[in-house]
Design a protein around this ligand. Structure first.
Ligand SMILES: Cc1cc2nc3c(=O)[nH]c(=O)nc-3n(C[C@H](O)[C@H](O)[C@H](O)COP(=O)(O)O)c2cc1C
Length: 330
């Protein structure tokens, strides 16, 4: 079984990929989507979305990173996929799931699920353009308004020779409203010639168990669940492989957050650092009660130094005897 880290625009950047993959349990990451219109993008765009290209398309701990492309016209998608492959991308992922109005109005993301023929043309063009050794994967929802085209969409993707398919188990119309309909994936898995990766609403090891049983998939993708519980992939593998790896307690998570804050402060304009840290704390609040206290103390702070100091204060207030090693290498 494999666990993938979901692409999440504005949330899962290379710093987050680096931290979460180092915590452990992840087999692959995917970049935020690169929007493709008519042009061949310069190499610097791909390096910006995927700095891991400087490291053989691997996170520092060695997890492969695929570059995600989003667009509705086959030729530029193919041209840019080839460029990404030439720059050394470990794989190309094609986004047919994005529900954003702006993206859909501009002929990208989930709106293409209304036209399986176009899905075929895009996937085929990309598959034909990149070397056989570069995997081409596809990410979809169950449909746009409803699931009536799911069979046709998947048949198009298989016929275009994609290597793998991730299914976020909801339609565009369902948005992000629970539940995710894992059972709807099972009909695809049954007749699929390629691996199917189940995605959506996996927040715990119990959800993982329910998802694999209902979807009949071996592989899964984690998004918000692993942001609220950074060692979720490790927990799942530990249950699955019975390795009994220890679970990260709150003090270790705070140290991760502290690292995240300082790395992000080096890489982004200072005014964005607070948002990034608060955004992650927002996810952590779901799993860790103490995240609420820390969120309250940083919520009005803007400068990275102030936020870092507040995290430091919070660490002091935690059990001072906690001498456990850092959860990941710095
Ligand atoms: C803030 C946010 C940004 C996202 N950005 C992307 C993206 O760039 N590409 C993509 O294919 N999916 C994107 N997604 C969808 C996720 O990859 C995933 O399919 C979805 O969140 C369901 O999985 P989860 O319940 O594990 O979070 C995004 C989701 C969220 C919440």
């Amino acid at each position: 079984m494999r666990i993938m880290l979901a692409p999440m625009e504005g949330v899962v950047d290379h710093t987050m990929r680096s931290m979460l993959s180092e915590v452990g349990g992840l087999d692959r990451c995917v970049t935020e989507f690169v929007r493709i219109t008519n042009h061949r993008l310069p190499a610097k765009v791909f390096y910006r979305y995927c700095p891991e290209l400087h490291n053989g398309s691997l996170t520092p701990s060695g997890t492969p990173v695929y570059i995600q492309l989003l667009g509705g016209i086959p030729e530029p998608m193919a041209m840019n996929a080839l460029r990404a492959a030439e720059l050394g991308a470990a794989g190309i992922d094609i986004n047919f799931g994005c529900p954003a109005k702006l993206v859909n109005r501009n002929d990208g993301g989930s709106v293409l699920l209304k036209e399986p023929r176009r899905v075929f043309d895009i996937v085929k063009a990309v598959r034909d353009a990149v070397p056989k050794t570069t995997p081409v994967t596809v990410k979809i929802r169950l449909g746009f308004n409803d699931r009536s085209l799911l069979d046709d969409i998947c048949a198009a993707i298989f016929a275009a020779s994609a290597n793998e398919l991730t299914i976020h188990a909801r339609t565009k119309e369902d948005g992000y409203k629970p539940p995710a309909y894992w059972d709807a994936i099972a009909a695809v898995t049954e007749k699929s010639p390629i691996p199917i990766i189940a995605n959506g609403e996996i927040w715990s090891t119990q959800d993982y168990h329910n998802c694999v049983v209902q979807s009949n998939c071996q592989d899964i993708m984690l998004g918000r669940g692993i942001l609220s519980c950074p060692d979720l992939a490790r927990q799942i593998k530990s249950v699955h492989q019975q390795t009994g790896k220890p679970i990260l307690e709150w003090p270790s998570i705070v140290r991760l957050l502290d690292q995240f804050c300082s790395v992000t402060a080096h890489e982004y304009d200072h005014k964005y650092v607070g948002n990034r840290v608060k955004q992650w704390l927002g996810y952590l609040r779901r799993q860790y009660g103490q995240a609420e206290t820390l969120f309250e103390s940083v919520k009005r702070l803007k400068m990275p130094d102030d936020i870092s100091a507040a995290i430091g204060q919070h660490q002091l207030s935690l059990n001072k005897d906690d001498e456990s090693p850092l959860p990941i290498a710095v």
